[in-house]
Design a protein around this ligand. Structure first.
Ligand code: SUG
Length: 448
């Protein structure tokens, strides 16, 4: 059997609101707020528990160790970790926030993943994202590569590539800009790559208010590395108007899984043409229908799509063949979004049988909804058995992780708390304890 596993990022103990992501409206708006790392981590665990309870594959990825001391050293700070944090804080507190960022929780940005039914060599391919656009995210790339290599070590089944070369031309944000459609998870699929700009084609690179984080060239490179057939890949440009309205990743404006695709009408450039291209690619692969629905701007204005994060939902295909849609709780308070959800469930033509809103406010305040918090990996039984068993969800892991959060996480973290020397040890001790639970080798992940 071939199933989808949702690898959720555990929220790290230094979760905070530093306003580091220009173009991500929630991150800018909440800069300086008091964060609760404990609540954030517990909200994340509650989501995993819910998804696992539906019978969907669930697993975890660890937070990356923070502070990232190598970064501070590379920026010219020296001495003990305490000395480096203190001198960096005096030079510029935002450098400390960058070194401490818990942004690895958004594992939709960890990598792009192509499952074996799609790849030329029948292995699962991973390209860790270089996250080149923002410094606090770019420091994830090497550590994520190491984590994925430890979990998916068996080269008979998996290939974990290196991230694409750093530099603006190859900017890559991972699965947040990648959608896989297939009649069922185990069937051959089409992979839709979304990009904001092209470095070679100036007409696709009109500068906007906010950065376009993904390039067409990086998408093409990943498709080549993953050995995807040309007739089964579609490259789609994000609508620049949407990026300027706060759609910094495509998963803020469209979502797809298996044979269902939902997109806001302002998601893509030449949207009608692109949807026709997706339908054509689908028709060559499958005789079953592709359920593709566009939500109009009249029904859900772009600003409400961004504030509710409706498209950042998880579409989970259950054994019955219908979908459960896991949405952020904000969809209940943004009236047009609440009405869209009602319609999606009521409409017989749309295979969504249930909507579940979950409270993920701690992550949402940094622009990370349910879909941002997970990386989808489709695995056969044999592949599942070949991956590291200790990262897969079960009741025991749930209890261990819950206890771990309660004993290592602060209730509150203010921006100035990042200067507190005790946080360094606290954070690394939490990481050591977690690596023992997940049986990961911390030394190799540290990237010192
Ligand atoms: O890259 N926020 C993340 C949110 C990522 C959401 N992921 C997806 N859409 N898949 C980002 O903008 C904010 C950190 C801060 O401001 O402290 C941040 O990095």
């Amino acid at each position: 059997m071939i199933r989808e596993f949702n690898f959720d990022g555990l929220v790290g103990p230094t979760h905070n609101y530093a306003g580091l992501s220009h173009g991500n409206l929630a991150s800018s708006k909440n800069q300086g707020q008091i964060a609760s790392p404990k609540l954030a981590a517990l909200e994340g665990l509650a989501k995993m528990r819910f998804v696992a309870g539906l019978g969907i594959g669930q697993a975890v990825l660890p937070p990356l160790p923070r502070p990232h001391l190598r970064l501070l050293r590379e920026l010219g700070f020296f001495g003990s970790p305490t000395q480096m944090i203190e001198s960096a804080y005096r030079a510029d507190p935002s450098l400390v926030a960058i070194a401490y960022s818990a942004s690895s929780m958004w594992t939709a940005n960890a990598a792009t993943v192509s499952p074996s039914p799609d790849t030329g060599d029948g292995r699962v391919h991973f390209t860790p994202a270089n996250l080149n656009t923002l410094l606090h995210r770019s420091i994830e790339a090497r550590q994520t590569t190491e984590v994925l290599q430890q979990i998916f070590a068996d080269e008979n089944h998996f290939q974990v590539h290196s991230p694409l070369p750093f530099g603006s031309a190859m900017s890559d944000e991972g699965a947040a800009n990648h959608t896989r459609l297939a009649s069922e998870h185990g069937a051959a699929g089409i992979e839709i790559f979304t990009y904001g700009r092209s470095t070679l084609d100036a007409s696709q690179s009109v500068p906007g208010k906010f950065p376009a984080r993904q390039t067409r060239e990086s998408c093409q490179a990943i498709a080549r590395r993953h050995q995807l057939g040309a007739s089964r890949t579609v490259f789609v440009q994000q609508n620049p108007q949407a990026i300027d309205a706060g759609v910094f990743h495509n998963d803020v404006i469209s979502v797809g899984s298996a044979d269902l695709l939902l997109a806001h009408e302002m998601a893509f450039v030449d949207q009608h043409k692109m949807i026709a291209e997706i339908r054509d690619a689908w028709a060559q692969l499958s005789e079953t229908p592709l359920h593709c629905f566009e939500i109009s701007n009249a029904e859900l204005p772009l600003a409400d799509a961004v504030s509710s994060y409706l498209f950042n939902s998880q579409l989970l295909k259950t054994d019955s063949g219908s979908f459960v849609m896991v949405c952020p709780a904000e969809c209940q308070t943004v009236a047009p979004a609440a009405r869209v959800l009602e319609r999606l469930v009521d409409d017989e033509a749309i295979p969504i049988s249930r909507v579940q809103c979950l409270d993920l406010r701690q992550s949402m305040r940094n622009g990370g909804g349910p879909a941002c918090l997970r990386l989808r990996v489709v695995l056969s039984d044999l592949q599942r058995e070949s991956a590291k068993p200790s990262v897969f969800w079960n009741d025991k892991l749930d209890q261990q992780l819950t206890a771990w959060v309660h004993s290592h996480y602060r209730e509150e973290l203010k921006p100035e708390d990042l200067r507190d020397p005790q946080l360094i040890d606290e954070s690394f001790r939490a990481q050591e304890a977690l690596c023992r639970i997940l049986q990961l080798d911390l030394e190799s992940i540290l990237d010192t």
